[in-house]
Design a protein around this ligand. Structure first.
Ligand SMILES: [Zn+2]
Length: 384
């Protein structure tokens, strides 16, 4: 790497000698670097935390004994004093600026393997902290000897086929909710799932259905299909029922151990009850796969799910699909979402509402739902 035309700030082990060499910032950077720190993690891992004022868009570049984290449209911090813990892989940190971009270069004791996305997360501001990009890595060999550059993007990388597993809820002896005119949830969601599969395939995604006909599947089996297919995203499709016939609209959920509200709790209980229809009247839940993940991995999966779910909610609203009053994304302990795959449970609408029951049956409305989901998948950032 050559930095001849870049202003180089040497920080950490070498002091902050070159501080005034930073060129004047002639642009209005949207983001600003606040802080860099390192720490030790279990299993000999090093944690690198880079704090910025705005949610960062970043890229990772690997070269021998070096990891470079690039931030677009970001102002450097000339008062930066990285807080480097003893015993990590990071020897020193260098900050360089090129135009409106800065690179944080971590000089390492050894090579590291490409960091899997489950070991990368962006934390929202809390307390004294702004946005934090958190990277956990260990010493190791990269799969390629050439430096690789992995850039985070807000659009889909067409060179890689992302895998989406689509789960049509219920099926077989479990009809799900039933509308006043007899419409069954299992039929509606299977129809939407098949349409969604074909539309996502034509948009370059690889897709699998958990069921392609009217059959009963346990919730854990559905989650397992997502695991086995190594899915990048898991979408569970449902339709809702409410004792209040006037209640309308879609709602979107992600997994959490605690329900966000009483309604979310009841919904999770009724969706989870699908497993109690099992032959023995009782089903032993698979052990919670997610609890086997490290806290960081769980956090990363939760964060990605949340990001997808809020994008999906926006896409529905943009298409003028009626939204159930309440938060854009709700949380509840859904058994079907217990996996290592980011995902969401989408309640497409209320079969208990006579108008929506008709809508959910109509091909036009189903297409509208499908197009909104396709948009949300295309906008989802699979790389972070
Ligand atoms: Zn359902």
């Amino acid at each position: 790497m050559k930095f001849s035309r870049r202003a180089v700030l040497q920080i950490g082990g070498f002091g902050v000698a070159a501080m005034c060499m930073l060129p004047r910032v002639a642009f209005a950077a949207r983001n600003a670097l606040k802080n860099v720190r390192t720490g030790n993690q279990p299993d000999g891992k090093t944690r690198l935390v880079i704090e910025t004022t705005v949610k960062p868009s970043y890229s990772l570049t690997y070269s021998p004994n070096q990891l470079t984290v690039g931030f677009a449209n970001t102002a450097p911090n000339k008062f930066l004093k990285p807080n480097l813990a003893k015993g990590t892989l990071v020897k020193s940190i260098t900050q360089t600026q090129t135009g409106d971009r800065i690179d944080i270069i971590a000089n390492l004791n050894s090579d590291i393997a490409e960091i899997p996305k489950s070991q990368i997360m962006i934390l929202e501001p809390n307390g004294d902290n702004d946005y934090r990009l958190v990277l956990d890595f260990a010493a190791g060999k990269r799969s390629t000897s050439k430096p690789t550059n992995k850039t985070s993007k807000s659009s889909v990388d067409t060179s890689k086929k992302y895998i989406v597993v689509i789960d049509a809820g219920h099926g077989g002896k479990d009809p799900g909710c039933i509308g006043r005119n007899g419409t069954q949830e299992k039929t509606i969601v299977l129809s939407v799932a098949k349409k969604l599969k074909s539309r996502l395939e034509s948009n370059g995604f690889k897709t699998y259905l958990t069921r392609s006909d009217d059959r009963y599947l346990k919730l854990a089996e559905r989650a397992e299909i997502a695991e086995k297919r190594k899915a990048d995203l898991f979408l569970s499709l449902h339709a809702n029922a409410n004792p209040k016939r006037t209640m309308k609209g879609f709602s979107i959920y992600t997994l959490s151990e605690k329900a966000s509200d009483e309604e979310a709790k009841k919904l999770a209980e009724s969706e989870n009850a699908a497993d109690k229809i099992g032959v023995n009247g009782f089903s032993d839940f698979e052990p919670n796969i997610r609890s086997a993940l490290s806290a960081l991995q769980q956090h990363a999966v939760a964060e990605m799910s949340e990001e997808y779910a809020s994008g999906c909610s926006r896409a529905f609203v943009k298409s003028n699909i009626e939204q159930q009053p309440g938060p854009d994304v709700r949380h509840a302990p859904f058994a079907v979402l217990r996996s290592t795959v980011p995902g969401a449970l989408i309640e497409l609408g209320h079969l208990s509402n006579p108008d929506e029951e008709k809508l959910l049956q109509s091909a036009n409305h189903q297409d509208k739902l499908v197009e909104s989901i396709v948009k949300s998948v295309k906008n989802y950032n699979f790389d972070v």
